[in-house]
Design a protein around this ligand. Structure first.
Ligand SMILES: [Zn+2]
Ligand SMILES: [Zn+2]
Length: 142
């Protein structure tokens, strides 16, 4: 196993354990693929890089990892990305998606999450997870 990935994985394993959850081999492999590629991938792209896996195991692993909060689903791209923060599992994510180069960057702003939760609460809405996607042009492409 890649040294960087081991280092990345350690706090994730600890957090999963505190929630009574386990990183099974397919879950670990999906994480390793996302970590190695470093860009958002669709389930099919992950599957193509996971010869021993099948669609069902990839989808189930992605469901688990999204639920735990170490992987986020970027709805508009139909893709999954590793959270930039591996020590604070969270289900609320914000992304900047550049229309020019396709670069997708997680913003990871807790304040934004809290504001959203507060606003929704005043509407009597209990938030389970949210993805905010900002579409535009990144600093490198302007
Ligand atoms: Zn995140
Ligand atoms: Zn760009």
């Amino acid at each position: 196993m890649n040294k960087n990935f081991e280092k990345f994985l350690r706090p994730v394993e600890t957090l999963c354990a505190t929630q009574g959850k386990r990183l099974t081999p397919p879950r670990r492999t999906v994480l390793a693929i996302l970590h190695q590629r470093g860009i958002p991938l669709t389930a099919y792209e992950i599957l193509a890089l996971f010869p021993e896996g099948n669609a069902m195991s990839v989808y189930r692993a992605l469901d688990f990892l999204t639920e735990v909060g170490i992987v986020h689903r970027i709805e508009s791209l139909n893709a999954y990305a590793l959270c930039v923060e591996n020590h604070c599992l969270h289900r609320d994510s914000q992304y900047m998606v550049c229309a020019s180069c396709g670069r997708t960057t997680e913003i990871h702003d807790h304040e934004l999450n809290e504001s959203l939760k507060r606003i929704l609460k005043t509407q009597g809405f209990a938030l389970a997870r949210s993805t905010v996607e900002a579409h535009g042009t990144c600093g490198k492409c302007i």
